[in-house]
Write a protein that binds this ligand. Sequence first.
Ligand code: COA
Ligand code: MG
Length: 293
Amino acid sequence: MNKHICSRWAFDLSTWTPTLPQLTHAVAAIQPEERKRLMKFHFIDDFLSSLIGRLLMRKFVSTCSNVPYHQVQFARDVRGKPYWVQDQQSESTPPLSFNVSHQGKLVLLAGVKGDSKDDAEFGIGTDVMKIEYNGGKPLSEFFRLMQSKFSPQEWSYIGRPQHNERAQLKALMRHWCLKEAYVKELGVGITVDLQKISFDMDTTHPLEEASSPLCGSTLCCNGTPMTQWHFEEHLLTPKYCAAIAFRNCLPLEHAKFEFLPFEELIEQSPKADQPDVVAYCQKALLKPHKRHE
Ligand code: COA
Ligand code: MG
């Protein structure tokens, strides 16, 4: 299996309170249809998570392809998965695969770059989850509702006798991230029977920030080992776990997610102060905040 250069970038929204000029700069960089979509969010938190995801994608494609930041074009497939609209004329642009995930205060991008046009049969998916449950009902009730999403083998790992409630929740979230990362590479949403996707966890080390990433978890679909797939599991903070699914590719090296400051997401973009974008951002900044975590 070919080894590829891999980017793992994270953004922590709790470190950023956008000013109007910063937000204007960011919003000016994204496509009009995405601006329209973002404005539909009720909370500013969701607006910003999704916006940062768009900036991460733009930075990734622009950095890997040398296409100027503002010229990168994205579209979404029928299931909503974003992809890069590559210039067919250009022979030199490499095949890329990337995926974004956001939850709570974190936004992640995982991306891989192929060597040549002949090396395009690979892909990547990622998912991040906050390890918490505050659904109101007892945790046992939540687990009962989740029953159909996990295989018997996965439940036996999640419910290990040495797992207290917190460890069970963490184990469940780890599985969830792995499944979502897999499903997101495929781009098929929740049409897959999740119980038939069964992960066998890497148990060499507990998943901690220091031990991240763990790379030994494996997947069986309908009992068949999925040998073309490779997984990384990360703990980014004590409360956030994430997974990356690699199809037909392996990262050149296993590494942690790198936290980027806002300025690095936008530095290649020309500053902007178009009145319509400023007015749009003023409106966005009036959106309510979620209760802080
Ligand atoms: N496939 C892959 N990526 C997609 C996608 C698709 N069909 N549609 C959107 N995305 C990308 C986008 O960049 C999106 O960001 P945006 O909403 O700002 O545009 C990002 O992935 C969203 O990912 P994430 O933050 O992880 O969202 P999610 O986990 O809520 O949803 C879905 C992921 C939409 C792709 C899909 O898998 C889904 O509907 N999941 C439902 C949850 C579920 O039942 N999971 C079971 C796992 S055990
Ligand atoms: Mg998700």
